[in-house]
Structures are given as C-alpha cells and as structure tokens.
Write a protein of this length. Structure first.
Length: 168
C-alpha cells in the first residue's frame, strides 16, 4: 500500500512522478506504433527503389507472375473446397459420417478412384460397428400369481378379523 504524502511538497513530488511515468508509457506506445508504420512503409519504398532501375516490360512481367501465383493459389483453394463438398455429398449418400471427408485416402484419391476408396472406407466402417442388438428385445412378463404386498396382506387379514367378530 502506498503511503500518502503529508506535506504539499511531497504531494507535488508524488504527482509529478506519476505524471512522468504515464508520459513515458504513452511515448513508448506511440514510438512502437510509429516504428511499425515506418517498417511497413520502408518495405514499400525499398520495393519501389528496386523497381526504379527496371524497364516497364520487366515490371509488367513481375506483376503478371505475382498475379499468376495468386490465381494458382486461389484455384488450388477452390479445388480443395469443391473436393471437400463433393466428398461430403458422396459420403452422405452412402450413409457414412461426415468426418470421413478428412480421411487422407479420400483426399489423396484420384477422381476415378474415389468410388473405390469410398467403398473401402464404408466396408471398414461397417466392420467396426457392433453386430446385433445392443439391448435385449425380450419382454418380461408376469407368470403365475403376483406376490401380495405386506400392506395389502395386513388389510385382508384385518377384514377377515372384522368379519369373524361381526359374524359371531
């Protein structure tokens, strides 16, 4: 716990110290923010400087190459998405759980082999399922006379006793 100052001078010194600490903390945050912006812009400046010596044809070739790389990456992502959806649809059709669409055998299978691999996966899945009923299907029935409860027995005996007393 901080001991509070007792005089005006101590109070002023305490306030000045707190203000200085906050000011230092704020300045460090601002410096970090500006440094990150400088690094970002410096990278752009370095790229522009490197491009200054190149001809328009070389720049166009580089931009075309960058665009082709982006396009090929996007195409690969779209193909993976399409294959995942296709596998999900086929697995649902076969009655298999959807988590099998992440099976490496299905992901790595060629388009012509997918049906064969799905059949293999289905066979393995069905082999892993338990065979037969998990619960008994035998219905329990009462055979013979139901045993009398103690309460009912006591009431019956009491009734017989009353009959015997009244009947005499």
């Amino acid at each position: 716990m901080v001991e509070l100052p007792k005089t005006e001078a101590e109070l002023q010194a305490y306030v000045d110290a707190q203000v200085q600490a906050q000011k230092t903390e704020w300045e460090s945050k601002q410096n970090e923010m500006f440094a990150s912006q400088r690094k970002k812009h410096q990278a752009e400046i370095d790229k522009i400087k490197a491009d200054m010596g190149k001809s328009a044809e070389e720049l166009a070739q580089e931009r075309i190459k960058e665009q082709q790389e982006k396009d090929s990456q996007e195409l690969a992502d779209l193909r993976a998405y399409k294959k995942s959806n296709e596998l999900g649809r086929r697995l649902e059709k076969e009655g298999l759980p959807s988590y099998f669409k992440n099976d490496s055998r299905l992901l790595n299978a060629e388009d012509g082999d997918i049906e064969k691999v799905i059949k293999t996966v289905k066979k393995e899945y069905e082999d892993s399922l338990p065979k037969g009923n998990q619960y008994s299907t035998i219905i329990k029935t009462q055979s013979g006379q139901v045993p009398e409860a103690d309460k009912d027995k006591a009431k019956r005996e009491f009734g017989e006793s009353l009959k015997a007393l009244v009947g005499k």
